[in-house]
Design a protein around this ligand. Structure first.
Ligand SMILES: [Zn+2]
Length: 351
């Protein structure tokens, strides 16, 4: 992935209660005086929030457009780019989940428009990252875009997210522990450049999370820590200029599952399963803790949790390296045989 323009840090990240109703005030406080603004949201749960914000902008006599984003496809990106051009927008505000953020990030990046995100679900590390995952020709692609200028994390909204989505966010964060390990290995093998600061940020968020009980992930104290870790993940990607600090072999396995069994589970759920395998593949010193934590978080840690057979998982492990050919991970390094994969699955109690 190459980044032609990267802002490593958002200009501001706000975490707290009652932030969305005060959003216009917050923008002013942070010096964002914009008069032509496009609001995006999803078509279902987040539409109410998107419409509400759009009406507030209109009442403030600002030129505004409101667009619902249905999918993370290039045609949605084009539709949004047209809307941005139509009113010569200088700011977009994305209110929603992963697809809304991904499409808005990419479209604003292409149109050189500033972006403020109001994530409504903590289901993955895209909430404060410069990476957008888009779909075309049946495949997902991680695209380098811009870091949002502002990220507004309203706990009143986020704690309403389905518990399953919150759990998925935990899976995506814990993966960082393996991803940074893969990154260091790739650097040692002369296959990549390592950025220690980015790696520390990605790993620290994940390590902190392991200290807390994830059984009720929407408890405010836990949710806030999860959000911290997701923001740190995003900043780590911004610093390194790629998704590398947060995506290693475990993500390759998830990408392979996407290709082989589309719609199998949420990104963070598939990543959690990949994380357990990846931890045991390299005998990571924290492997049992990582597995038990993910299990306690209610994430898939056994093949049967995702209704996968061992043959199907084997197929995914074999396909995984192809999903990100430029990325060297422990999987490419170890190249486990089917017998070795079987032995790892047994050791990890995944079968
Ligand atoms: Zn991820």
């Amino acid at each position: 992935m190459s980044f032609s323009r990267v802002m490593a840090l958002p200009a501001f990240v706000e975490i707290g209660r009652g932030l969305f109703p005060r959003l216009l005030e917050l923008l002013e406080d942070h010096g964002l005086h914009h008069e032509r603004i496009v609001v995006t949201s999803g078509p279902t749960f987040t539409a109410r929030l998107g419409e509400d914000l759009y009406h507030r902008l209109q009442r403030s006599a600002l030129t505004a457009r409101y667009l619902q984003i249905a999918s993370s496809t290039l045609s949605e990106v084009e539709r949004l780019r047209e809307a941005l051009r139509e009113i010569r927008a200088t700011l977009a505000i994305a209110v929603g989940g992963g697809k809304v953020l991904d499409v808005t990030k990419y479209a604003t990046y292409r149109e050189n428009v500033l972006l403020v995100t109001v994530p409504t679900t903590p289901s993955n590390d895209g909430i404060a990252s410069p990476v957008a995952v888009l779909e075309w020709e049946g495949l997902t692609h991680s695209m380098g875009t811009q870091m949002p200028t502002g990220v507004v994390l309203d706990l009143d909204i986020l704690e309403q997210a389905p518990e399953r989505n919150v759990r998925a966010g935990i899976g995506d964060v814990v993966a960082n522990l393996l991803a940074v390990d893969d990154w260091r290995l790739a650097a040692e093998e002369g296959r990549d450049r390592y950025d220690a600061v980015a790696a520390m940020m990605a790993a620290t968020g994940a390590e902190h999370l392991l200290l807390h009980d994830p059984a009720e992930p929407r408890r405010p104290a836990f949710l806030e820590r999860l959000l911290h870790a997701l923001v740190l993940s995003g900043i780590a990607m911004g610093l390194s200029g790629s998704s590398r600090p947060c995506s290693g072999a475990e993500h390759e396995i998830s990408h392979a599952l996407d290709r082989l069994f589309p719609g199998l589970a949420l990104h963070g759920e598939q990543v959690a399963l990949g994380t357990v395998f990846s931890a045991y593949l390299r005998n990571h010193p924290l492997a049992p803790q990582i597995r038990d934590f993910l299990r306690r978080a209610g994430l898939p840690t056994r093949l049967k949790d995702l209704n996968l057979t061992e043959e199907q998982f084997l197929e995914a492990v074999a396909l995984a390296p192809e999903t990100r050919p430029a990325r060297f991970t422990y999987l490419e390094f170890a190249q486990p045989t089917p017998e070795e994969v079987h032995e790892i699955l047994l050791r990890a109690e995944m079968v």
